[in-house]
Write a protein that binds this ligand. Structure first.
Ligand SMILES: [Zn+2]
Length: 102
C-alpha cells in the first residue's frame, strides 16, 4: 500500500487516441499507461511496461463508468434494436409519403 512512485491527476496525463491509453512520463524514459476500461473498472494504478514503478491516477470513476465498451451514448431504443437500421430506411421513405401518427 502506498508504494506509488507518484500520484497524478488524470488531467495531467496525456490521452493517446491511437493506443487508447492515458500516459505519463516515467523516470526510466518509458511511460506509465492506463486504459479507459481500467479506469471504468475503478482501476487507478498506471504501470510502466519497462520498470516496476507505478503511479496512482487521481480521477473520478463516475466519469468513466460507462465508457468500457465503445462510446455508445444513444440508447433510446427499447426493444427492436436489431431492426433499427432497416426501420430507419423505411421511416425515411414513409416520411415523405404519409405522416404516420401512430
Ligand atoms: Zn519506467
Amino acid at each position: 500500500m502506498g508504494a506509488y512512485y507518484d500520484e497524478i491527476e488524470i488531467e495531467d496525463m496525456v490521452w493517446d487516441a491511437e493506443k487508447r491509453v492515458y500516459h505519463y512520463p516515467c523516470p526510466c524514459g518509458d511511460r506509465f499507461e492506463i486504459t479507459r476500461s481500467q479506469l471504468a473498472d475503478c482501476e487507478d494504478i498506471a504501470t510502466c511496461p519497462s520498470c516496476s514503478l507505478v503511479i496512482r491516477v487521481i480521477y473520478d470513476p463516475l466519469d468513466y463508468e460507462d465508457v468500457s465498451e465503445e462510446e455508445e451514448s444513444t440508447s433510446e431504443d427499447e426493444d427492436d434494436v436489431e431492426s433499427n437500421d432497416e426501420h430507419f430506411d423505411d421511416a425515411m421513405e414513409k416520411l415523405s409519403l404519409t405522416d404516420e401518427a401512430d
